[in-house]
Ligand binder design. Structure first.
Ligand code: NCD
Length: 308
C-alpha cells in the first residue's frame, strides 16, 4: 500500500518496493516524453522544507511535482522561517501539513525525517537527514544503473570517498543488499564505512572488499560511485584537512579501467572528478541527475495515491 506511505530509510523498503518505484519511474518517464505535461497530481501541493543546502534534490522534487501537474510551496533556508524565532521542528511540521498534501524534508540532524513523519498525518519523504540516509537519491542511483546496464545483478560496484559521513553511500549500499553485486569500499582509513553497516552487508551475503587504494581496484569495476568529502559533518577541521583531496579521478587514472566502466556521483563535486572526465564515455553523472525527475515523480505520485 503506497498511498500515505512515508519514505524515510531505504531499510523500510523491500526489494519489491524498490522495483515498483523503478518500474513506475520508467513508465512516467515514457508518458512524460509522449504526452508532455501530466495531470496526475492536479490540485495537490508539495511542501519542500530544506534546512540544509541543496540544488538537485530540491529542484528535481519541485520539477517532478510540476511535471505531475501539482504545485509546490516551501523554503530553502530555515533562517527565513519561524525556526529562527525558536519554533520546534514538531510545530513547523504541524503547521506545514495544514497547507500541503506531501512533505519533503532535508535536515542536518539524523532522525529528523523520522520525527517529522511521526508528527505528520500526510506522507513525509526524507531528502537527507545528517549523515544517516538519503533514500530518494538511492532510488535514482539504482534507476540510473538499471537504465545504463539493463540490470543491477552481477555488477562490481566501487563506492569511493567519504563512506563515513556520506548518507548517499549508506543508503545505496543497504539497497544493494537486495542484489547480487560485489562491493568495493574505497576510502581513506579515517572515512571507512561505519562498522555496523559493513556487518549488515556481510550478514546479508554481499561480497565486500575494503581498501584505500583506488588505482589497484579500478580495473575490476563496472561502476565507480564517487562522493564528496562531507566537510560540514567533521567535528574538527584538522581531521578534514587530513583527508581533503584524497582521491581525484582523472583520465590518466582511467586508462586501466574497463571500457564499459561508468562513473557516478550524487553531486555536488568539489575536486573528486576532474572536469576533463565529463566528456568521456565513462561519465554518467549528469544522466544520473536527470533520473531524479522520473524517480521523484514516481515517489510523489505513489505516496499521494495518484499513480499506482
Ligand atoms: C548529496 C547529499 O546531499 O547528501 N547530494 C545530493 O543530494 N545529490 C551528496 C553531497 O552533498 O555530497
Amino acid at each position: 500500500m503506497w498511498k500515505g506511505r512515508d519514505v524515510i530509510s531505504i531499510r523500510d523498503f523491500k526489494k519489491e518496493d524498490i522495483e515498483h518505484v523503478l518500474k513506475t519511474a520508467e513508465r512516467l518517464e515514457r508518458e512524460l516524453k509522449d504526452e508532455g505535461a501530466l495531470k496526475y497530481a492536479g490540485g495537490k501541493i508539495l511542501a519542500t522544507l530544506f534546512f540544509e543546502p541543496s540544488t538537485r534534490t530540491r529542484l528535481s522534487f519541485e520539477s517532478a511535482m510540476h511535471r505531475l501537474g501539482g504545485s509546490v510551496i516551501g523554503f530553502s533556508e530555515a533562517s527565513s522561517t519561524s525556526v529562527k524565532k525558536g519554533e520546534s521542528l514538531r510545530d513547523t511540521i504541524k503547521t506545514v501539513e495544514q497547507y500541503s498534501d506531501v512533505i519533503v524534508i532535508r535536515h542536518p540532524e539524523e532522525g529528523a525525517a523520522r520525527l517529522a513523519a511521526e508528527v505528520a498525518d500526510i506522507p513525509v519523504i526524507n531528502a537527507g537527514d545528517g549523515s544517516n540516509q538519503h533514500p530518494t537519491q538511492t532510488l535514482l542511483d539504482l534507476y540510473t544503473i538499471k537504465r545504463t546496464f539493463g540490470r543491477i545483478d552481477g555488477l562490481k560496484i566501487g563506492l569511493l570517498g567519504d563512506l563515513k559521513y556520506g548518507r548517499t553511500v549508506h543508503s545505496l549500499s543497504e539497497a544493494l543488499t537486495h542484489y547480487d553485486v560485489e562491493l568495493y569500499l574505497i576510502s581513506p582509513e579515517l572515512l571507512r564505512m561505519p562498522k555496523h553497516i559493513v556487518e549488515e552487508l556481510r550478514d546479508k551475503g554481499v561480497k565486500i572488499y575494503e581498501t584505500s587504494d583506488l588505482e589497484s581496484v579500478i580495473p575490476e569495476l563496472d561502476v565507480l560511485y564517487a562522493t564528496r568529502i562531507q566537510k560540514e559533518r567533521f567535528p574538527d577541521e584538522q581531521e578534514y584537512l587530513k583527508v581533503k583531496g584524497s582521491y581525484v579521478i582523472t583520465l590518466d587514472l582511467l586508462k586501466n579501467a574497463k571500457e564499459s566502466l561508468k562513473i557516478m556521483h550524487p553531486l555536488p563535486r568539489v575536486d573528486e572528478i576532474h572536469p576533463s572526465v565529463d566528456a568521456s564515455k565513462h561519465a554518467i553523472y549528469f544522466r544520473q541527475v536527470f533520473s531524479g525527475v522520473p524517480v521523484r515523480m514516481a515517489l510523489l505520485g505513489l505516496t499521494l495515491g495518484v499513480v499506482e
